[in-house]
Design a protein around this ligand. Structure first.
Ligand code: MN
Length: 202
């Protein structure tokens, strides 16, 4: 463009589409209900939807740079919907390098982030929607939940050294759930929601 000052290459300059959450020239990874059934509280409701196997979310990860000081980032799209009364959500994870924080930037839709401090067990729920930023501190498991009627689209930006640990939260799951009650999302203790489900089947 300008002599002696070339444009940035595709490792440093990308175009993205905020409505459907695609990054031009990159391939998203998709997660379907079959991949995530165990994360939902209502196992009967999950089994009833397994044949349909809806798309829950997709993430396009940009992990081109490695080493101290570098950043990784990803564009997430979480679809609207529910399994039973529980809203569509991501699997959720901790960072393999526990001190690594992350910044989430909401682009579209209406969602919540569920945060759980691994050291104290303390949980937090915070909105994630267009024009919001959520800072996820280190040692904190994080999951996004779509409580709206359109796709929830957001960026996550984190240290290239963070890594992902899905195993820890996969085994014990988050302590709270986000479920629909009288047409609105409510946050409940998982144990209390499981007792409600059990009472309904008796
Ligand atoms: Mn993360």
């Amino acid at each position: 463009m300008i002599e002696h000052c070339p444009e940035l290459g595709p490792e440093a300059f990308l175009r993205f589409e905020p409505k459907d959450g695609f990054i031009l020239g990159r391939t998203p990874v998709r997660r379907y209900l079959r991949d995530l059934c165990a994360s939902f509280a209502d196992q009967a409701a999950c089994r009833a939807r397994l044949e349909e196997n809806p798309l829950l979310y997709q993430v396009t990860s940009i992990e081109d740079q490695h080493g101290a000081g570098q950043l990784h980032y990803g564009l997430g799209v979480l679809m609207p919907g529910k399994i039973g009364r529980e809203y569509f959500m991501t699997r959720g994870h901790l960072h393999a390098w526990r001190p690594a924080a992350e910044v989430y930037i909401g682009l579209r839709g209406r969602g919540l982030m569920v945060l759980e401090d691994e050291r104290t067990g303390e949980c937090r729920v915070t909105p994630l929607e267009a024009n919001t930023v959520v800072y996820v501190p280190g040692w904190t498991a994080h999951r996004t939940v779509n409580i709206g009627e359109e796709p929830l689209v957001y960026w996550g930006v984190f240290s290239s050294e963070a890594g992902h640990d899905y195993g820890a939260m996969g085994e014990r799951n988050f302590r709270i759930v986000v479920v629909e009650k009288n047409g609105a999302p409510v946050v409940m203790e998982r144990s209390a929601f499981l007792r409600e489900l059990e009472a309904q089947t008796q």
